[in-house]
Design a protein around this ligand. Structure first.
Ligand code: TYD
Length: 134
């Protein structure tokens, strides 16, 4: 299971850092939606779903958290703490996000607008779905 992390260019100077993300140049899909999670309560674990076609880039723009990715065969835990790193989450990957620091802001760039039909929220159904794809 290959984990793809994008290292974004930082435009830093004595004033501080700046990261700019352009579709096609920095992000491998057309960005149709951006959302972010913050003020995540202690001990919360969220996600618990896969997408049939949607692809994402997750960026922890502040603070830290962990992301568990699972392709139905293998699981990997990715530590997120760098605002200039983007974790690519392909379709058909189960994800869980947890261990959010108090100040964590997890931003997600998504290839599709919100569509509940694209979600697989049941883990057994996910295993069946990815199993049938092989
Ligand atoms: P939810 O899917 O529970 O988030 P997570 O997968 O991170 O646990 O989403 C929380 C709520 O926000 C739910 O009522 C659906 C809504 N929502 C939108 O309206 N648009 C979105 O883009 C997302 C991701 C969620």
């Amino acid at each position: 299971m290959k984990i793809v992390k994008y290292q974004f260019q930082q435009h830093g100077d004595s004033r501080g850092e700046l990261v700019s993300l352009e579709e096609k140049n920095d992000i491998p899909f057309k960005i149709k939606r951006v959302y972010y999670m913050y003020k995540t309560a202690e001990g919360v674990r969220r996600g618990f779903h896969a997408h049939k076609s949607l692809k994402q880039i997750m960026i922890c723009v502040h603070g830290s958290c962990k992301v568990l990715l699972d392709n139905g065969k293998e699981k990997k835990i990715i530590y997120m703490e760098t605002p200039y790193e983007g974790l690519y989450v392909p379709n058909n990957y189960w994800r869980e996000m947890y261990d959010f620091s108090d100040d964590a802001v997890l931003m997600v760039l998504a290839s599709e607008i919100y569509n509940e039909e694209d979600y697989i929220r049941d883990y057994d159904e996910f295993l069946k779905y990815v199993g049938e794809k092989k």
